[in-house]
Write a protein that binds this ligand. Structure first.
Ligand code: G3P
Ligand code: MG
Length: 406
């Protein structure tokens, strides 16, 4: 380890901690934006008294649209730039199934949107319940396809197709038809419509993007969600077969989604830091000369965690303490890439104890759960999973975390 003089810029800085937001009940209620959300996101973007940018991502159990559409919508509503890389929806981690199944039935959402999302993930043969109804309207006796649905549906002969997996991507718009089709396939031989298995284990696997029993909309009381559909399908299956249905679950509070979120967050934090480094120039009025630590490989050591990973042997007067936050460093090099350590703390703001608080509390002690009162959780009740902090809304959550860190 040696030391050299360099121009460093203390501002703007990127925080070593990070944020992760639930969407429904924290940022939105149905079509409405929660009023404090915009200010909260702007504070994390740098509008705070510490001039610090706090990397943040969104993990919603919702879905039914591409991540890019969700990002555009949130950007408009909140007045901040949000990109698709910051968004994890309930169905986003289903990307990992692309090479597992060659033909899937995608359930939920409006028209062809979920089919399009699945195809954008790389799924090859993606069918919808509407395709099945077009093939044979008698599958559901009391639903006639609307003109719009006829346009969305594709012509497929389902007596010749073997559906390998049912992926419930988003909330069903037609529980009766979707349940009828899902049950038929689960009880089929190899996922072929019109067939019946004898052993109850010959049908396709079923995956749900999440298991929220209720969720917060713009109605006064919470509404049934995909978890309620899951309960209903499992009950019908049990009644029909006497067996328990095996269900695969994504979304919060599942561990798979947590791992996925950590990967996305790490990537996003790295990008935020790289972006800051690119924008900085030595002409910045906030720049000044400072000591920089250089390791044996000639790399600059610019944050505490990285500093600690080296056998630091100081023979000069600078103390380790001043390297607490990743400092932006400007030098002669065109590009400085940093390998970031994990976020020191991830503040997770949610409204549903059973999915959000459980998610943040269960998998990693560096996640700090915050429960807000703008969604499913009702003030005055005892949450089933205890948050580390309880507050009115998302803005209070952000202020609390920033003050706690500084
Ligand atoms: O359908 C969406 C809902 O169940 C929950 O969304 O953003 O609260 O995880 P979110
Ligand atoms: Mg929520």
């Amino acid at each position: 380890i040696r030391r050299k003089k360099k121009t460093v810029i203390d501002h703007p800085r990127v925080a070593s901690y990070a944020f992760c937001f639930d969407i429904d009940g924290v940022i939105l209620r149905g079509p409405d934006t929660i009023p404090e959300a915009s200010k909260a996101l702007k504070m994390l973007g740098g509008e705070n008294k510490y001039n610090i940018t706090v990397p943040s991502i969104f993990v919603t159990n919702g879905g039914g649209k591409p991540e890019s559409a969700r990002a555009t919508d949130l950007s408009k509503r909140l007045g901040v730039n949000i990109t698709p890389e910051q968004i994890i929806q309930g169905h986003t981690p289903m990307k990992d199934l692309v090479n597992v199944y060659s033909s899937v039935l995608v359930v939920g959402g409006v028209g062809n949107v979920c089919r399009n999302v699945a195809e954008s993930y790389g799924f090859k043969n993606v069918y919808t319940p509407l395709d099945i109804l077009k093939w044979n309207p008698a599958v559901t006796p009391y639903h006639d396809l609307t003109e719009e649905e006829k346009v969305a549906a594709r012509a497929v002969d389902f007596s010749k197709i073997s559906i390998e997996a049912i992926l419930v991507f988003a909330d069903s718009r037609n529980w009766a038809a979707d349940q009828q089709i899902i049950l038929e396939l689960l009880l089929s031989k190899n996922g072929v419509m019109g067939t019946e298995c004898t052993t109850y284990d010959e049908g396709p696997s079923i995956y749900f993007a999440h298991s929220d029993f209720i969720w917060a909309t713009n109605y006064k009381l919470s509404r049934y969600g995909m978890g309620a559909l899951q309960v209903s399908i499992a009950a019908l299956y049990r009644e029909h077969t006497g067996h328990e249905l095996k269900v695969n679950r994504f979304g919060k509070p599942q561990k798979g989604t947590f791992k996925f979120a950590n990967k996305v967050l790490a990537h996003w934090r790295q990008g935020v830091l790289d972006d800051h480094l690119k924008k900085l120039s030595i002409d910045d009025p906030n720049s000044h000369e400072a000591d920089i630590l250089i390791n044996e490989q000639g790399e600059e050591i610019i944050n505490q965690a990285k500093l600690e990973s080296y056998n630091y042997d100081s023979d000069e007067d600078s103390s380790e303490g001043e390297f607490k936050e990743p400092l932006a460093v400007v030098g002669k090099e065109d590009k400085i890439t940093l390998e970031l350590p994990p976020a020191s703390t991830v503040y997770f703001v949610g409204d549903t104890p059973e999915s959000d608080i459980r998610f943040a509390n269960s998998h990693d002690s560096s996640w700090h759960s915050i429960l807000v009162k703008t969604g499913v959780y009702k003030d005055g009740t005892v949450p089933k999973y205890t948050p580390k902090y309880l507050c009115e809304n998302v803005l209070e959550a952000v202020k609390y975390a920033i003050e706690r860190e500084h």
